[in-house]
Design a protein around this ligand. Structure first.
Ligand SMILES: [Zn+2]
Length: 78
């Protein structure tokens, strides 16, 4: 994972609407902001994003594998 990205779990079980896919969710909630390579461009900061969306954003094609491993979920322990 790119170290300049913000991707972290905020809540274990939460009722919310995902800001990326707009689906109502009742599950783990994450925060996400992509790293910007253009200094003047600030990527959108998502504070309510679902598990599927954050794994797709961070890992691309390998999101399913990483979701199964729960890579982002482990950051809660840090
Ligand atoms: Zn979503």
């Amino acid at each position: 994972m790119n170290k300049y990205q913000t991707a972290k779990i905020v809540s274990l079980k939460q009722s919310y609407t995902c800001q990326m896919c707009y689906k109502p969710k009742f599950e783990k909630m994450y925060e996400y902001q992509a790293y910007s390579y253009v200094s003047r461009y600030k990527p959108e900061y998502f504070t309510k994003i679902c598990r599927d969306c954050i794994y797709k954003e961070v890992f691309g094609n390998e999101w399913r594998l990483n979701k199964r491993k729960g890579v982002l979920d482990e950051m809660l322990a840090l």
